[in-house]
Design a protein around this ligand. Structure first.
Ligand code: NAI
Ligand code: MG
Length: 480
């Protein structure tokens, strides 16, 4: 049988204009960092430098927190709630209007396929602002008492896997509830947050309500430990989440922590196998597997596991890896050299502990950071690849014989962020879901997100919920 290739369908980069270097966004303006220091951000698909980003030091963090405090006291906490809502609606509309610009910039800086930044990240980011805009003047109906109050100034730290979407998850609920923010994006993916700063200017958002400071983990730690903030909202690794929990212990600060995961995707023998295979692929290969709720542990009922594996390998053979800006691309670049090294190290541990590796045959570009879609079979629960978050396009397959065994294996993890269940029987979905200790459980689908739905984890996957009515509580002082 002859095969044919897709003709390239490159998205143009003409719509974005990237400055040579960026300052910090403090009190409504871009300012040079007091530190005088800058670091490069690169395109992980080419390793070319895109821009220089400011590295904020403690004097910069002081300025940002002071600006947020002044805006909170003088303007934002006093503004009628319906007026706050109007700003959020305006921001949402501008994100929609500039969505192509955001999508291209995100794919350049992060390495994710344009299909995903265009169809998932940016539309969902706008949806979060729309959703929370609607809440701004209805907080008395949110289940937090008759007149819930904001907390004050919030320090927010986000990761590199969904830069703009995580910004929206953090900023939209904070502003809707009357808080002001200092946000620090991840050091490898600051550009869309800096474009969002322009959106704040365009929307006429009062100065200091949103401040964006860039820098690495050290800058994040300065923000977390700053005495002028009332709450920390963090998404990232469990390791840093634990550091943050330790450093704020005994202070008045509250925290929401959105951390790692090692989700089970459970395939029962009565599932629609072809649909389940699509769900498995979406569960682990979406966003190069850089997803905290990724279905990275595939649990398949033993009597169908050969069929599932055979179909999965065929499907994986059709995944297109390459230029993130090509609209045909399914898997883009790994976000950084460090992350690629981590994926390689854990995969090598899979080999040495006795699991069997299979990677889809695909050509890896010579520049940039890449890893082929990979599955390990013969995995046991003690293997590192079954226990640790790989955060890459690597799936571990385990089998089970009874529903009880599936549940025990699924729950055998320090994490508990998400899970998937595939079966023809509604009763089996309900039975299984009631026994799984995971914050989000998908049935006959995977990786579905909606701003109205709370998201968050059990155990080491974090504290608190984001999204929905529950997410608002994390930014409010309840009243009677
Ligand atoms: P990380 O947790 O170090 O970085 C996330 C954010 O926290 C970044 O903005 C970073 O600058 C900031 N940060 C780092 N150290 C900090 C500190 N001491 N205080 C305050 N902020 C700090 O994650 P990293 O190193 O980028 O990735 C390492 C691993 O973490 C990944 O391989 C993956 O397994 C996991 N991870 C999980 C994420 C999730 O959404 N669950 C997101 C990112 C990473
Ligand atoms: Mg970058």
């Amino acid at each position: 049988m002859s095969t044919f290739d897709y003709a390239p369908a490159l998205e143009s980069t003409a719509i974005v204009s990237i400055a040579e270097r960026y300052g910090l966004f403090i009190n409504g303006k871009f300012v040079a960092p007091k530190s005088g220091k800058y670091f490069p951000t690169i395109n992980p698909a080419t390793e070319k430098v895109l821009a220089k980003i400011a590295s904020a030091n403690s004097a910069d963090v002081d300025l940002a927190v002071a600006a947020a405090r002044a805006a909170y006291v003088k303007v934002w906490s006093k503004m009628p709630a319906a007026e706050r809502g109007k700003y959020l609606f305006r921001i949402a509309r501008i994100i929609q209007e500039r969505s192509r610009e955001f999508a291209v910039l995100e794919s350049l800086d992060n390495g994710k396929p344009i299909r995903e930044s265009r169809d998932t990240d940016i539309p969902l980011a706008a949806a979060h602002f729309f959703y929370h805009a609607g809440w701004a003047d209805k907080l008395q109906y949110s289940g937090n008492g008759a007149s819930p109050k904001p907390l004050g100034v919030v320090g927010q730290i986000i990761p590199w896997n969904f830069p703009m979407l995580m910004l929206a998850w953090k900023v939209a609920p904070a502003l809707a509830t009357g808080n002001t923010v200092v946000l620090k994006p991840a050091e490898t993916t600051s550009l869309t947050a800096l474009l969002f700063a322009e959106v704040c200017q365009q929307a006429g958002l009062p100065e200091g309500v949103v401040n964006i400071i860039t820098g690495a983990g050290g800058t994040g730690a300065l923000l977390v430990n700053h005495p002028g903030i009332d709450k920390v909202a963090f998404t990232g690794s469990t390791e840093v989440g634990k550091l943050i929990a330790t450093s704020i212990a005994g202070s008045k600060k509250s925290a929401t922590l959105e951390l790692g995961g090692k989700a089970a995707n459970i395939i029962y023998d009565d599932a629609a196998i072809d649909e389940a295979v699509e769900g498995i692929v979406n569960g682990i290969f979406f966003n190069q597997g850089h997803v905290c709720c990724a279905g990275s542990r595939l649990l398949v009922q033993e009597n169908v596991h050969e069929e599932v594996l055979a179909k999965l390998k065929v499907r994986m053979g059709h995944i297109r890896l390459g230029n993130p800006l090509d609209k045909n691309t399914d898997i883009g670049a790994i976000n950084s050299a460090a992350q690629l090294a981590k994926i390689k190290e854990l995969s090598a541990a899979g080999d040495s502990e006795g699991a069997e590796r299979w990677s889809a045959p695909c050509e890896l570009p010579s520049q940039g950071f890449w890893f082929p879609p990979t599955i390990f079979t013969g995995v046991s629960q003690t293997h590192r690849i079954a226990r640790e978050e790989i955060f890459g396009p690597v799936l571990s397959l385990l089998t089970f014989r009874t529903p009880q065994e599936a549940v025990e294996k699924a729950n055998n993890t320090p994490y508990g962020l998400s899970a998937g269940i595939w079966t023809d029987k509604g009763s089996k979905i309900l039975w299984t879901a009631s026994k799984l200790r995971a914050g989000v459980i998908w049935a006959n689908t995977f990786n579905k997100f909606d701003p109205a739905s709370p998201f968050g984890g059990y155990k080491e996957s974090g504290w608190g919920r984001e999204g929905g009515r529950h997410g608002l509580s994390a930014y409010l002082k309840a009243s009677n």
